[in-house]
Design a protein around this ligand. Structure first.
Ligand SMILES: *[C@@H]1O[C@H](CO)[C@@H](O)[C@H](O)[C@H]1NC(C)=O
Ligand SMILES: *[C@@H]1O[C@H](CO)[C@@H](O)[C@H](O)[C@H]1NC(C)=O
Ligand SMILES: *[C@@H]1O[C@H](CO)[C@@H](O)[C@H](O)[C@H]1NC(C)=O
Length: 202
């Protein structure tokens, strides 16, 4: 059990974090957390990537909610609503399942592109290169942030996915693999390399 001293220290630390967040504005515009149905548990997948290319190289390709050919070659076959306006939905097939996703936030700025969406239940049928079991996702949310860094010479990408599933370890590894192949593939499509540490020279 925590001593009351430790508890008040935690409360103070928590208040400190909360107010720092409200001053700076959270990096994630909406709460991404989700409530899972019974027999399903939430897990989160957080990946980040840094590439040696300006933000606009990425956002020229990723700036439309209705076009996600950059996301592991995903084809959107039906849409409802207005592109990039929260409430719009997109649907299509991916890895043997039908996805149906609703845009919940879209923030385009000169130095960043941030968006969130919520996905309905979906069954993933893995193909070659992926673990072999079926995974049922009861729902998921994903927030993706593309941010200009290194004085505009490079781009930082942050992906946070919350997923309700019947198999957390498998859901985690599948999604992490998809993120990495998606963002490495996107960067490679215009010749950007992984930024290992230092900002590129002037
Ligand atoms: C979707 O985006 C890709 C990459 O930018 C582009 O080549 C393609 O023409 C776009 N498709 C549609 C239907 O706009
Ligand atoms: C997504 O699912 C909802 C609820 O089932 C449905 O009304 C909507 O038509 C679907 N969206 C698309 C683009 O198919
Ligand atoms: C999603 O849930 C609905 C309602 O429970 C069900 O009818 C549908 O078959 C499910 N779809 C998938 C892909 O699991």
């Amino acid at each position: 059990m925590l001593s009351s001293f430790a508890c008040s220290a935690l409360v103070i630390a928590f208040i400190g974090l909360t107010s720092a967040n409200s001053i700076q504005g959270s990096n994630h515009p909406i709460s991404n957390d989700i409530v899972c149905p019974t027999n399903s548990r939430v897990s989160f997948v957080h990946n980040s990537y840094t590439y040696n290319a300006p933000l606009q190289k990425f956002t020229d390709i990723t700036g439309s909610f209705f076009n996600i050919s950059w996301y592991d070659g995903t084809v959107v076959t039906s849409t409802i609503g207005t592109d990039n306006v929260p409430g719009a939905t997109r649907s299509g097939t991916f890895a043997g399942g039908v996805f149906n996703e609703t845009l919940t936030a879209m923030d385009k700025r000169s130095d960043a592109l941030i968006f969130s969406y919520h996905g309905n239940n979906y069954t993933f049928t893995p193909g070659p290169g992926y673990p072999s079991s079926l995974v049922t996702l009861d729902s998921y949310t994903e927030t993706i942030r593309f941010e200009s860094i290194c004085g505009g010479k490079a781009t930082y990408i942050d992906v946070l996915t919350y997923v309700c599933s019947d198999n957390q370890p498998l859901a985690y590894s599948l999604w992490s693999m998809i993120h990495t192949s998606t963002f490495d593939g996107l960067a490679m499509s215009f010749g950007a390399t992984i930024l290992a540490g230092d900002c590129p020279c002037a």
